[in-house]
Design a binder for this molecule. Structure first.
Ligand code: GDP
Length: 422
């Protein structure tokens, strides 16, 4: 921790799996883009000669520039997305704020989230929000102002308001985690629209339940719907308000035993829900997905870090705080691995496909060029052969002539000398 209570960037955070993979795949696609552009330039040059490459082939290759560019665009915007669901006032906004270590989302009575709220990092130093269907950046100075801005607008319960929060104020946002807060699942929602609009690209779902009661049918129904639309969604269950259970009089009297019993019951039911009802994980995996926490306490503790006045602690605070940290670690591992798989696997398949298509195209052109070369060579060989034959003939004729002339001269000489002697 720094003296201002902020986490120091640690590059061994599980989120780095995603961050590094994103950088790597971006670099690879950067190289592919360069390579495609070089190829296009070269093709234009070759096409000018009008022999090997025609205009259609060049046009085919030019199309790849656009294809690779749009993949790069999507890649730049790829992020890890976590969506929070649960009944109103179970503490969804408080959990998000605790994870972000700041009071970013309005929480509490009168601040019921009446639409979807997405928090994502932005490079600027000032936070702002963008309403659905608008491009306008509305400045938000404080949580109060954000709450006010949200109340002022008549928002549909499935509409989305994006809150852009400076990346330099929060490590999770810096590492491309996007948080989505939802209206309570008890507000008779249009579940299909919710899921289609906000959940299909979520890497992790967090069900924020109330540890003071059992899981409700409305909460369960929502996740049943999610798991019919997505194959094996990653679901975490947070039994929030565990501090409130700890301070209930009967627990204080008989101390931990009763609370342990309640915990066991909640745990068993939550495991059954994930394993037997939703069939999204094994019992062992489910144990790593269920936590008993107090978002309110964690947020309070994190907000007061580095400040002289500390908040009075309820019994068992330290254990609940550690459990929250444990949740964060498991969550980071899960979201980062899942996002790499779901997001980058598609891109790398696409990249391989494009590279193969491009190779086939270039190989085709190369083969055409080879054929042309062979044809030219054989044409040249024919001409050469003819020349050689003529040369040889010429040589033979010349030699013959020389011989004949030589013989003739000798003959003449002999005859002349004979005539002279006679
Ligand atoms: P949401 O409607 O699910 O987003 O719930 P909020 O985060 O707005 O929380 C509703 C109320 O419950 C607020 O007054 C919070 O301070 C309170 N709250 C949230 N988490 C806890 C918790 O862990 N313990 C206790 N005691 N109160 C909590």
């Amino acid at each position: 921790l720094t003296d201002r209570g902020k986490r120091v960037p640690l590059d061994n955070s599980p989120l780095q799996i995603f961050v590094k993979a994103k950088k790597k795949i971006n670099d690879i696609f950067g190289e592919i883009e360069e390579y495609v552009k070089d190829t296009v330039e070269y093709m234009y040059e070759v096409e000018k000669e009008g022999k090997i490459v025609n205009k259609d082939q060049v046009r085919n290759i030019v199309e790849y520039v656009g294809k690779v560019h749009s993949i790069r665009d999507v890649l730049q915007r790829d992020h890890m997305k976590v969506a929070f669901f649960g009944r109103t006032s179970n503490g969804k906004s408080s959990v998000i704020n605790a994870m972000l270590r700041d009071k970013i989302l309005p929480s509490g009575i009168g601040h019921t989230t009446n639409c979807f709220l997405q928090v994502e990092g932005c490079p600027s130093d000032e936070p702002y929000l963008v309403l659905e269907g608008s491009e306008e950046h509305c400045a938000v100075e404080s949580v109060g102002q954000l709450a006010h801005a949200l109340c002022k607008e008549k928002l549909n319960e499935s509409s989305l308001v994006k809150v852009f929060w400076p990346k330099n104020r929060c490590l999770l946002l810096r590492d491309d985690v996007v948080f989505v807060d939802s209206p309570g699942v008890d507000v008779t929602p249009n579940l299909d629209e919710w899921i289609d609009k906000h959940c299909l690209d979520a890497d992790v779902f967090v069900l924020v339940a109330n540890a003071e009661s059992t899981l409700m049918v409305t909460e369960k129904n929502f996740f049943h719907k999610v798991s019919t639309k997505l194959s094996k969604p990653n679901i975490f269950i947070l039994n929030n308000r565990w501090d409130a259970s700890a301070s209930e009089p009967e627990f204080l009297d008989q101390h931990c035993n009763e609370q342990e019993e309640v915990r066991k019951q909640h745990q068993e039911r939550a495991i059954d829900f994930l394993v037997k009802e939703l069939k999204v994980c094994t019992p062992k995996e489910a144990e790593e997905r269920i936590f008993f926490i107090s978002a309110k306490e964690v947020l309070q503790a994190r907000m007061s870090e580095g400040k002289p006045v500390s908040v009075p602690l309820t019994e068992g605070f330290q254990t609940r705080y550690f459990e929250f940290q444990d949740f964060e670690k498991k969550f980071e591992e899960c979201i980062s691995k899942s996002a790499v798989k779901t997001k980058f696997e598609q891109h790398s398949q696409r990249g391989k496909f494009i590279a193969n298509e491009l190779r086939d195209l270039l190989e085709g052109i190369y083969n055409d060029a080879l054929k042309l070369k062979e044809q030219k060579l054989s044409e040249r060989k024919e001409v050469n052969d003819k020349i050689n034959y003529t040369e040889q003939q010429l040589m033979l004729v010349t030699q013959e002539m020389k011989k004949k002339i030589h013989n003739m001269v000798e003959d003449v000489e002999q005859r002349v000398s004979k005539a002279l002697s006679e």
